[in-house]
Design a protein around this ligand. Sequence first.
Ligand code: CP
Ligand code: NVA
Length: 305
Amino acid sequence: MRHFLSLSDAGGDAIAAMLADALERKQARAGWAKGRADADAPLAGRVLAMIFEKNSTRTRVSFDMAIRQLGGQSIVMEAGQMQLGRGETVADTARVLSGYVDAIMIRTDDHAKLEEMAAHAGVPVINGLTDASHPCQIMADLLTIVESGRQLPGLKVAWLGDGNNVLASIVEAAALLHFDVVAACPQGFQPEEEAIVRASGRARVVADPREAVADADVVVTDTWISMGQAQAETKLRAMMPYQVDAALMAAAKPGAAFLHCLPAHRGEEVTPEVIDGPQSLIWQEAENRLHAQKSVLRWCFGQIG
Ligand code: CP
Ligand code: NVA
């Protein structure tokens, strides 16, 4: 059973194979109507169930289109409309759904719920974001970086702002794919020390945003207030020096790429001139959620790696 709860579940070699597959499939269907299935329809007859305990635009639509393009179908559910929302256990939900569908994607808060789902499901379970990580987003980010002509080994990625779930998956990717991450985060909002240690020297945390972006090939940020977090004035104030503006981008490598998983808050974590400027790859990054996840689905079904 292949669950995609974290990038480490697949490992560096399989991730590289998934990125190559995603790129090839994306190119093979360039210009096609979006609802048309890929020529080989490799997941024909398969059904993906999606459970959302939190809001989503990209994850919801890109997974839905991903399974359709692979020849399969999806069922999308809001947890609040399921018995899960009134106390049915994650374990029982996992067992029941496994009798109906071929794979489950869940977006939830507590990472332990995702693990519980996987422990009791008889079908692959995919992490559609938890408070701890967002591996599908980083698959799209890696695809965007590779597609831009950059090589992952030896690359320097700068992260600015909150030490959150998205950063945790970037740090995990760094160790698996041999690139370096320097995260500039304010005191009190740094990533967990353990995650940095697990990256075996590939990740470090600094206080100075300019130190993080120096020589960076890619500059990444995310919302300062993640889903489920309180809108705290103190946090916003602490984050302000970490805003990605034109001056900070100019301190990175010339032509450095800017990435943001979206949704964005222009004027908070990034200025409009950067996110809507020529170095920003955000629309390609968002589209790549679809292409990267097709390969994640294929990996889950044993078709890659
Ligand atoms: N980046 C991302 O996961 O977007 P959604 O919250 O819209 O799914
Ligand atoms: N860190 C953000 C990512 C949203 C896609 C959140 O968890 O809300």
